[in-house]
Design a protein. Structure first.
Length: 139
């Protein structure tokens, strides 16, 4: 990484931020399931890129307070286990509502398992290559 680039797991370079990035991952991967969440993963073509993780918490998970609490818990679990990912991967996590009441150790364990499975699949070449997202005409 170039000097001056933030390297903390919570820094922007480790997060999916743009809608187009999310859409690229959705288009270029399959939905995977674990006990408490679903996830999407895709290997980016960059050779020296860092892994990026995105979280989603739609209104179906509850009100703003519940969604924010779910996201805080998920961000912390991701922060603790981001070191499991070594390749330039994009991962999107969709937690289920049960994450709100689960013990944090269970969430942490599941995020670690997901990251290990994604890293293993990427190392074996089992993750799909990205597909370009076509722009939809406005109007």
């Amino acid at each position: 990484m170039p000097s001056g680039t933030p390297t903390r797991p919570g820094s922007p370079i480790f997060r999916l931020r743009k809608h187009a990035d999310y859409q690229t991952v959705y288009a270029g991967s399959r939905k995977q399931f674990s006990k408490q969440m679903t996830y999407f993963a895709m290997l980016r073509p960059e050779a020296n890129g860092t892994p990026r993780v995105g979280l989603t918490a739609g209104k179906v998970l509850g009100g703003a307070v519940e969604r924010n609490r779910i996201k805080r818990r998920m961000r912390e679990a991701v922060r603790m286990h981001l070191g499991e990912l070594h390749l330039p991967l994009d991962v999107i996590l969709h937690p289920r509502r049960t994450v709100l009441t689960l013990e944090f150790a269970v969430i942490e364990r599941e995020v670690r398992q997901i990251f290990r499975a994604v890293q293993s699949a990427a190392a074996k070449g089992a993750l799909p290559a990205p597909k370009p997202v076509e722009a939809r005409p406005r109007g």
